[in-house]
Design a protein around this ligand. Structure first.
Ligand code: ZN
Ligand code: ZN
Length: 296
């Protein structure tokens, strides 16, 4: 299956040639419910995890009164391979990255971060000779309807060109670009790509981007690794997002509000923040440095 984003109605570089050097490739992941295998790239499926390595736990899990709870096994959220995503800067001799988190909100390594406690594991798939078959069941500890527990999804990646959110552009250009987007009603059409994606730029529409986006360990800039979103697109979005472009061409015949439409629009089934989106940001110099989650 292929899923294709519609063409942008305008090319911002025709209006602003000075925007050209800021163009980035983002990979829309297009997760769709399915049964991924343990060696596949996926959201919410089984991990290619070595049987002899302890499963990670959230050991510092406070209840509302600050009392220690748990420890709870972390939830498998995503797995990405170098074969599917050669754009990922894998540390030397690794070709597989796995994301696990505690679904409750926790403080982040970045002082302004807010959201799930995330851990990334970088490994070489070939090193796993005996994979762990019986993996912790998140439904034993969490409520799927309330907590950030992903529905298992297969990925149908699509590469798109994207221009950064205003906070990442030089002030003068950002002001002129922003005014043009608003004047032409294009904020939702040619600005940052919604939905699950790898790399690119995140929309900071709720809070501004923190002034300093630096790694706590080495001060290198943080960069967007994975974006999580409540909706892949919206038909009549409450935040005014133009829906058509981001509704895959192959799915436009789906009856709005039908079960199939819902599965395409909210495949992962997680409400991010208050129905918004979030980004996991990693160190651009060494992605093994502690990553921070920012919820919008
Ligand atoms: Zn926790
Ligand atoms: Zn760093």
């Amino acid at each position: 299956m292929t899923l294709t984003t519609g063409p942008a109605s305008h090319d911002p570089v025709r209006a602003f040639p000075e925007l050209a050097p800021y163009a980035r490739t983002t990979i829309r992941l297009h997760p769709r419910r399915g049964a991924p295998g343990p060696r596949d790239s996926h959201i919410g499926g089984p991990l290619w995890w070595p049987a002899d390595e302890p499963w990670p736990y959230c050991a510092e899990h406070p209840d509302v009164n600050g009392r220690q709870q748990g420890p709870y096994p972390l939830v498998a959220v995503a797995q990405l391979t170098a074969v599917d995503f050669p754009e990922i800067r894998f540390p030397e001799s690794t070709d597989l990255v796995q994301l696990l988190w505690c679904p409750e909100w926790h403080d982040q390594p970045h002082p302004e971060g807010w959201g799930q406690a995330c851990r990334l594991f970088w490994r070489r798939a070939g090193d796993v000779t005996e994979p762990l078959v019986a993996q912790p069941d998140p439904d034993e500890h969490w409520e799927r309807d309330l907590d950030m527990i992903p529905t298992a999804c297969v990925l149908y990646p699509e590469r798109l060109t994207e221009y950064p959110w205003r906070d990442e552009l030089p002030a003068g250009l950002a002001d002129r670009y922003e005014a043009w987007l608003e004047e032409c009603g294009l904020v939702d059409d040619v600005s940052t790509v919604p939905g699950y994606k790898l790399g690119g730029s995140m929309r900071w529409g709720v809070t501004d981007m923190p002034e300093t986006m630096a790694c706590g360990e080495c001060r290198a800039p943080l960069e967007l690794f994975l974006q999580f979103d409540t909706y892949e697109y919206e038909l009549d979005g409450c935040d005014g997002r133009a829906p058509e472009r981001f509704r895959p061409l192959e799915e436009r015949a789906l009856e709005p509000k039908s079960e199939e439409w819902r599965a395409a629009c909210e495949p992962v089934g997680m409400t991010v923040g208050r129905g918004g989106h979030a980004g996991l940001f990693v160190c651009s110099a060494d992605p093994r440095h502690p990553a921070s989650f920012f919820t919008q």
